[in-house]
Design a protein around this ligand. Sequence first.
Ligand code: 5AD
Ligand code: SF4
Length: 480
Amino acid sequence: MDTNVELDKIDITGEAPLEEPARQYYFMAKARRHLEAQRERLGRPLTAAVTTFGCQMNARDSEKLVGILRLVGYEMIEEEDADFVIFNTCTVRDNANQRVYGRLGELKGYRRKNPNMKIALCGCMMQEPSVVEKIRGSYPFVNLLFGTHNIYKFAELLCTVFEQSDMVVDIWEDTNRIVEDLPVERKYPFKSGINIMFGCNNFCSYCIVPYVRGRERSREPKDILREIEALVADGVVEIMLLGQNVNSYGKNLDNPITFAQLLREVEKIEGLQRIRFMTSHPKDLSDELIQVMKESRKICRHLHLPVQAGSTKILSAMNRRYTKEQYLALAAKIRREIPDIALTTDIIVGFPGETDEDVEETIDIIRQVRYDNAFTFIYSRRTGTPAAAMEPVPEEQVKRNFDKVLKTVQTVAREQVARYQGQTMEVLVEEINENDASLVTGRLSNNTLVHFPGDASLIGQIVPVCLEECHGFYYMGRQV
Ligand code: 5AD
Ligand code: SF4
């Protein structure tokens, strides 16, 4: 679709239409005029930079921001001294927040050199009233703040920023609205994330996500399938279906369908080669899903199944709604049905009330499930969550236990990943290796990284590679 021509055809002399997405296209056309005027005034093209913090959801949201910024006429660059700088923030742990404040401080310096610069903040952090207060008070040079529920309004907000000098703040508490058909610019031509649902209803007691991302809302299957078909027609071979808890997909639709049923439909799309998804809550993982994965030729041999903790006492305090035994039984069932699957997980160390004995149970789970990888986090107190009111674990104990858990993960994962040494497996090549330009980097179906000699012509292709040497979490290989 030649969106350039279409934008120029939009009449912006009248009132903005009320329906979406037409309203946003109107504002994109308007923003483009603003930019043309600025370009003329400054005698140079205008640049924009998007910085993403946090998860795959945010990465996908940032692609939507880039889609709009490029369409209205910005040249996208990496540097934060651009004319329009936007941080798409994360607040799942406090260190993410601290990084945003640090980077904002740096921006103040750039702003002095480029008075034309506009600064915007969006994403999960902005859904916290205390953050908005702090930015209003300590960072008054910020031009625009908006949250997770109204990201679809970005073009409209951009126009407001061009038309008023005060800080523009537009944060919604919640929404049940999903706006389809806005522009997106993918980071990779051959793979893409796709939102299938937004929000989370689980309220794990440590987690801020349900407060900042709102209640669960699923997209209509037909919209998802249409989007994937268009992506495949545009060269995408691998997709990642995204949701905070994909296993409860479809429950709140007028015509409810299960996640497994959706996967069956996605599988039928011709030309699509690999299907991934994130994240699965163990309490909702159905036998139907295991069956669909087992029978599928396209669903990747990888399941991310966050356990969070090993002790049933802590799991209960976390409001995870499964016991250690139930989790272990589920993992064993998955391994039995799909023996070549890689299981990965998230683990939190230092949740309030966690003792050394509880941590031993986490270590026991790691050894029994034999994860291929695990993201290990130190518990971070999030204001407004039930766990924030609970007694914290002494820091020294948390550090000691974190190191212990990390060591166990590394030992087990190394052995797990090495299972395929010497075998030839298919690798989807993603990029030129960051450290050695004579190598390319790609992923196995089970998500393990592989580096091997090759050039840019391989990017986006699925090629057979002999896995010659396992180095912990990745392989060095040779194309065969
Ligand atoms: N502290 C530490 N880790 C957290 N996570 C979520 N909330 C917190 C918190 N308050 C972790 C969980 C989740 C992952 C995305 O982030 O492990 O699965
Ligand atoms: Fe947070 Fe739990 Fe929802 Fe995951 S399932 S986003 S950890 S509340």
